[in-house]
Write a protein that binds this ligand. Structure first.
Ligand code: ADP
Length: 711
């Protein structure tokens, strides 16, 4: 087995690749132009010459330019549709402006003048690319063992290390991981979070396929599967901790499960994916960045990846359901297929197995799909998914940094989204640690056992174009340098284009530069989509109740004793007896964990929520919806607790101004963590005091313009 590539560009020297000094007096740019038709396949043309106006941006269908000539394509035989459609679909984005740096800026702490620092010692496979991005914006790399004991501005870790609290000890540092996020993004946890929201807001969370968690939901799945037996429905079975497609298979009846007692997720198989003209199934990897949780701030990357299957798709049936190259889009799986097409240039990628999201949007648009709406729907999926996960992210943070002010956590998250034939996006999974590497690994073949010992890695231009700006902008974002970077870049462009040294520059040139200076990351919450989704921030009351009765220092699960206390203090004993609490808690525990034994570890937040749902249905049976019942229960519990003198000091709502016409957005925050109110017991006073202006960089402790909450 081998992979199909047109030419190989060794990746070994990519970090040293230099571009000749630009002739323009502007920040140096890398402009990667899709080669004109008939150019040799020599990968990427890097140019610093005067850019042409972007008459055809990535999302706009090109009218003037001749299409590239048809090339040898492994899927030619499989294509359907008219020649015209094929030509449209294969048209490359005319130019992709890809800047690895905006150059001349080396950012420094405003007050001290010292450079920003990053520690990538624990970044593992992402170290090279993160270090390169940091270096190019002037962030100094320091190692964990550096002599200067000053805390770093940013720590980039591959996982949440057990000693993260020790390493990232200063509240003004930032770290690229949220405690607990890996667990929360696992298939089953994610399903629990989304299930809770589906029960409260059924129409808003239709984007996630119907799912069962085994072994707990085996009976439900068997009942459902048997009823649907005649309908030729298929299900996809995924091990909970699986990744990269490992252990996944399809069934069309519950009796075909290989090991029904294994911890796994069964999902309705979405059998009507939107296909390209080449008949291949694909999905999108969209990158989001949670910049902070207190207050919540979410960004999306403009560019993402489309990952294609390597064999033609048809609806699953008895003869094809085992062909994973047709049903699973995972890169790690498909790269082993002979038909995997590695692209060495932006021109190539239009037919590659990995394409730019913008290219595929362009291709879809040419087939009449409303990509603006699609992009809007995808961004809403990102926001809603993070909102579903938020209660537990907050709880994990509180638990992890119980004695400390805690650093500012941020995280790049990968969202895998598939598109149905009717253009509707479906969330498949959330990846808390998406790969940020920018190379492609060649697979040995029987004829060429060359790379058996040391796998040969080559540059992957698609990964590079997506991930380098993603990492760079994430660094700028968490250091609060985005505005500075992009407004200064704009000014510099204006200056250059009006400079007497560049007499032949036109308004088009100016527009070109402006287009390129667009940040790669754009805010989707609270600005932009906050007003559309703030009603989904409903679980704060439940989080608050949970926090009153859970011993957060020891656990993020509520014990049976805690549950009984809650019932007592909230005057709910007439609604549910102690015996019933025992039984209900055991039932929920089984539902969540598949564990028949006693409630050893207590109930996690979504278990508590299920308990609240149950109580609210008993207490307020006349209310028309679960949401209405829960609203009533929240009010009832609030009033009862106030009677006991318990006040909601842990979570407060605050209005956050947005730039949207829809006005401010209300969201909930942890007031104890605002403005350093929460003093560490093992106080951070041994650390050097931070200069005032630098304090503004930490959104856990200072809201960067967002409202502060006074206790
Ligand atoms: P993994 O974490 O192992 O990659 P995923 O949940 O991402 O598991 O599934 C792997 C691939 O299987 C996806 O990229 C997608 O192509 C396909 N897939 C997953 N779930 C579904 C589904 N419900 N319907 C159709 N295809 C799916």
């Amino acid at each position: 087995m081998g992979c199909r590539i047109s030419s190989v560009v060794p990746v070994s020297k990519w970090t040293e690749e230099k571009v000749p000094s630009p002739t323009l007096k502007v920040a140096p740019q890398y402009i990667i132009e899709a080669p004109r038709p008939k150019t040799t396949p020599a990968a990427i043309h890097i140019s610093t010459s005067k850019p042409k106006p972007p008459e055809n941006t990535v999302h706009q269908p090109v009218k003037e330019e001749p299409p590239p000539p048809p090339e040898a394509n492994p899927y030619d035989r499989q294509r359907t549709g008219s020649v015209a459609t094929i030509i449209m679909e294969n048209r490359p984005p005319n130019k992709v402006y890809y800047s690895t740096t905006f150059g001349s800026h080396v950012y420094k702490h405003r007050s001290s003048g010292r450079p920003f620092t990053i520690d990538t010692t624990r970044a593992r496979s992402n170290r090279a690319v993160v270090a390169m991005c940091a270096e190019r914006i002037g962030i100094e790399e320091v190692s964990e063992t550096h002599d200067d004991k000053r805390p770093c501005d940013i720590y980039w870790h591959s996982v949440v290390y057990p000693d993260m609290n020790r390493v990232v000890s200063h509240p003004y540092s930032r770290v690229n991981k949220f405690p607990g996020m890996t667990e929360l993004a696992r298939k089953i946890s994610l399903t629990h979070s989304i299930h809770s929201m589906q029960r409260l807001f059924p129409q808003e969370y239709e984007f996630y396929p119907k799912s069962w968690f085994l072994p707990a939901h085996l009976k439900e799945f068997e009942a459902f599967g048997s009823k649907q037996a005649n309908q030729q429905r298929w299900y996809i079975v995924k091990p909970d901790e699986g990744a990269q497609g490992t252990g996944i298979y399809l069934v069309n009846h519950p009796s075909q499960l290989k090991d029904p007692l294994q911890r796994q997720l069964v999902q309705e198989y979405v059998a009507d994916p939107l296909l390209m003209n080449d008949g291949l199934k694909f999905d999108f990897r969209v990158y989001g960045v949670i910049r902070s949780i207190n207050p919540l701030s979410i960004y999306v990357a403009r560019e993402g990846m489309a990952r294609f299957c390597t064999e033609k798709y048809s609806r699953p049936n008895a003869s094809n359901f085992e062909n994973l190259y047709a049903h699973l889009t995972n890169y790690s799986l498909n790269k082993a297929n002979d038909r995997y097409v590695h692209s060495t240039s932006l021109h190539d990628q239009i037919k590659g197995s990995k394409r730019l999201l913008s290219t595929v949007f362009h291709q879809l648009e040419s087939r009449g799909l409303r990509t603006k709406k699609l992009w809007h729907d995808i961004k809403m999926i990102l926001v809603k998914t993070v909102l579903a996960m938020l209660p537990e992210i907050l709880l994990h943070y509180e638990h992890h940094f119980i004695d400390k002010p805690g650093p500012q956590c941020f995280q790049i998250i990968g969202f895998d989204v598939m598109i149905r034939e009717n253009g509707e996006p479906i969330l498949l999974e959330v990846n808390a640690a998406p790969s940020l590497t920018i190379d492609h690994q060649l697979i040995s073949s029987a004829d060429e056992p060359l790379y058996e010992e040391t796998p040969l890695k080559v540059r992957s231009i698609v990964d590079e174009v997506i991930k380098v700006p993603l990492i760079r902008d994430t660094l700028l974002l968490v250091l609060n340098l985005m505005d500075q970077e992009y407004s200064s870049a704009r000014e510099s462009a204006i200056h250059s284009t009006t400079s007497s040294q560049l007499p032949d520059h036109t308004q088009d040139d100016l527009d070109t530069w402006r287009a390129k200076k667009k940040p790669h990351l754009s805010e989707i919450f609270p600005n932009r989509y906050g007003a559309h989704s703030f009603h989904l921030l409903f679980l704060d009351k439940a989080v608050y109740l949970f926090m009153q009765f859970v011993h957060l220092r020891a656990s993020i699960n509520i014990s049976l004793g805690g549950l009984k206390q809650f019932v007592k203090k909230c005057n709910l004993t007439p609604v549910i007896s102690s015996r019933e609490i025992d039984l209900k808690a055991a039932e929920i525990n089984f539902y969540l964990t598949g564990d028949q034994s006693k409630l050893g570890q207590g109930l996690p937040f979504h278990g508590f929520l299920k308990f609240l749902f149950y109580v609210s249905e008993k207490k307020f049976p006349k209310e028309p919806t679960l949401l209405a019942k829960m609203q009533k229960l929240n009010q009832f519990c609030d009033a009862s607790l106030r009677h006991y003198g318990v006040r909601s000091a842990r979570l407060r709502r605050a209005e956050v101004p947005t730039t949207d016409d829809d006005g401010p957005v209300e969201l909930y925050m942890l007031p104890l963590r605002m403005r350093g109110k929460r003093r560490s017991r093992s106080s951070a006073s041994t650390l050097p005091p931070k200069p005032r202006s630098d304090r503004n960089n930490n959104s856990n402790n200072n809201n960067n313009g967002l409202p502060r909450i006074e206790l």
